[in-house]
Write a protein that binds this ligand. Structure first.
Ligand code: ATP
Length: 605
């Protein structure tokens, strides 16, 4: 996988490809914007150009009848300039915002379809920066940035022509200074550019960290880690500050330098121009007009250097976006795969080897067969690989060696969307979205009627607790479902899974102690959910899986024992050991099953 961090060097070709596409897409608004810009810039030349005429022809020769027409012409031109400028930014800026919106939607949609490994290896702050900040940069490309750049160039060329016409020697001298100035600007922006690039990385870092600390605020408070967290945040914020301060220093230096250059050029014009008037080579009108046009030339030089940076920022953002968009999504991978309209629910793992990190195998040759509709329990020590097996079953990861087969077909050969639509999960920590209880149940099947939602709610015993809430099924559960108890969340998750009507069901049993009434309801809900479906249970209480058709004992990535409860008990091996140990620890009401830390190599079983 490509490095998801901000690249230090822009891949210009990739960025160009993206930029070209964008420019082509927005060619209409850009063309209108460009035309309006030309009108605005040309109209903008009338007022400064009229000064010479005003001084030399109207005032100098006392042609008072020309004053009003000249003033009206200059006023009208300025009005045209203002209106064209306004229309330009309306057309172009709105188009740019639309482009940003489109790009955000495109990137967000793409990212959600990337394989799980992308999310495992990319910080959430970076993911958010891709969608929010990098897309923002394109404003400078399809927005006013590029058009201003073109406008600046146009004005500069026109102004330069007029300046040469007025006094070519003075213009050559002025150009030398402006050249030095432009060169210095380019150097300065070269120095500032990496700082700007670094800024987006720093912002992504602290945004991600802030998100984590808000999400984990309970743990944070219990470990009285507010100070520590604040320090970490403060460090990030300080880095960002230093970066911003660095750019402010650079920008102020540029501004001071430009003031100095303007001063030098001003003095030059005063001395050379004044002497030219004394020698009769220039009129007063010429000199005043000259001064205005130097201003018209200098402004674009600053603008060009500045906009150059913005455009290069936009390129950096586009490059990162393109890099992300080039990563194949699961949907793209699906195109070459066969549809899976029906699933009976037979599952087989055939000599599966898997490693998250190179040369550290987590699964070593796992093989088992599960007939459709039967229940398999996975037991074994913590870290033995149970969740990894489940991750492969959900096709979040793929084996490096061996195969995962469903109904005899390799999972890699069928469409993931089809396959996943036939999976259901109830995990220990069930993720609920901020919305009502009904929304959360209905999440499994958009379009489900209220009656269907309430029917599955009744099966999962959700109605028992929502009945006590004033808003019933419309009660808002809060972010991640924080307003519900663990047992209540579990029941909502069971209802959600029943509504999904999956062929293959994955259950990660709750370890937390529930009161016996709540537990009985969850157990009943699960029993009804399991009926007729192929079910995988990560069992934490061996007592709950005694009826499983098959129990797989996993240790260090291998299946060390397999069979039904009675067979394994009779075998007197690892399962028996786990079972006996758990029974003795269950005598102690203060230890949750599976949390017997007194025994070396603590067991989750
Ligand atoms: N995303 C990951 N990246 C790298 N290593 C991982 C990742 N997920 C799990 N592991 C490693 O894989 C091994 C097996 O983990 P797994 O979660 O499958 O164990 P488990 O049997 O489900 O444990 P538990 O009962 O504690 O949940 C562990 O050593 C773990 O450190």
């Amino acid at each position: 996988m490509a490095n998801p961090k901000t690249p230090t060097k822009i891949n210009a070709r990739r960025a160009w490809r993206e930029a070209r596409e964008l420019l082509w897409q927005h060619r209409k608004s850009l063309a209108v914007g460009l035309a309006l810009m030309v009108v605005s810039r040309l109209a903008g030349l009338v007022l400064p150009a009229s000064t010479k005429y005003l001084i030399d022809e109207v005032i100098g020769k006392h042609n008072s009848h020309l004053l009003l027409p000249l003033a009206l012409a200059a006023g009208a031109a300025t009005l045209v300039q203002a209106l064209a400028g306004y229309a330009n930014s309306q057309v172009v800026s709105v188009a740019a915002q639309r482009a940003i919106m489109d790009m955000r939607q495109r990137v967000q949609d793409h990212i959600l379809r990337l394989p799980i490994r992308y999310f495992d290896t990319t910080k959430s702050g970076i993911v958010i920066a891709r969608v929010m900040n990098d897309a923002e940069g394109i404003r400078n490309l399809v927005g006013t940035g590029l058009i201003q750049l073109a406008g600046g160039l146009l004005t500069a060329v026109l102004a330069l022509g007029v300046l040469f016409w007025l006094n070519w020697k003075l213009t050559l001298a002025t150009l030398v200074f402006l050249g030095v100035f432009g060169g210095a600007m380019a150097l300065a922006f070269n120095h500032l550019r990496p700082l700007f690039r670094k800024r987006s990385e720093l912002t992504a870092d602290i945004t991600g960290r802030l998100g984590e600390s808000v999400g984990g605020v309970r743990i944070l408070k219990v470990y009285v880690a507010e100070d520590r967290e604040s320090r970490i945040f403060a460090e990030g914020a300080e880095k960002l500050f230093r970066n911003v301060a660095g750019t402010i220093t650079g920008m102020s230096a540029i501004s001071a330098f430009s003031t100095a250059i303007i001063g030098v050029v001003g003095v030059l014009i005063m001395v050379v121009g004044g002497n030219a008037i004394f020698a009769g080579r220039m009129t007063l009108g010429d000199l005043i007009m000259y001064t205005f046009f130097v201003g018209l030339l200098a402004a674009p030089v600053v603008q060009i250097a500045n906009i150059g940076t913005q455009v290069s920022e936009a390129f950096a953002g586009l490059d990162r976006i393109r890099e992300t968009l080039d990563m194949p999504t699961e949907d793209q991978e699906d195109l070459a795969r066969a549809p899976l309209p029906e699933l009976e629910g037979r599952v087989e793992l055939r000599d599966v080897w898997f490693e998250y990190e190179k040369d550290t195998p987590v699964l070593r040759g796992i093989s088992f067969q599960v007939p459709a509709g039967s229940t398999v329990a996975l037991v074994g020590s913590s870290g033995s690989g149970k969740s990894t097996i489940i991750g492969l079953l959900m096709a979040f990861n793929h084996p490096q060696r061996g195969q995962v087969l469903v109904d005899g077909r390799d999972v890699l050969s069928v469409r993931l969307r089809d396959y996943r639509s036939k999976l259901g999960v109830v995990m220990q920590d069930n993720f609920l979205f901020d919305g009502s209880v009904a929304d959360n149940i209905g999440f499994a099947r958009p379009g489900a009627t209220r009656a269907e939602i309430e029917a599955v709610g009744a099966i999962a015993h959700v109605d028992e607790f929502v009945g006590r809430f004033e808003a019933g099924y419309d009660t808002i559960v809060g972010e991640r479902g924080v307003k519900l108890s663990g047992g209540q969340r579990q029941r909502v998750a069971i209802a959600r899974a029943i509504l999904a009507d999956p062929r293959i069901l994955i259950l990660d049993e709750a370890t937390s102690s529930l009161d016996s009434e709540s537990e009985a309801m969850i157990r009943d809900g699960l029993r009804r959910l399991r009926t007729g479906r192929t079910t995988f249970v990560i069992a934490h209480r061996l007592s709950t899986i005694e009826t499983a058709d098959q129990i797989l004992v996993v240790e260090e990535g291998r299946i060390v024992e397999r069979g039904a409860h009675a067979e394994l008990m009779a075998l007197g091996g690892r399962y028996r050991q786990l079972h006996d140990r758990q029974q003795s620890s269950e005598l102690d009401q203060f230890i949750n099953p599976g949390e017997d830390f007194t025994v070396p190599g603590s067991v989750t079983a």
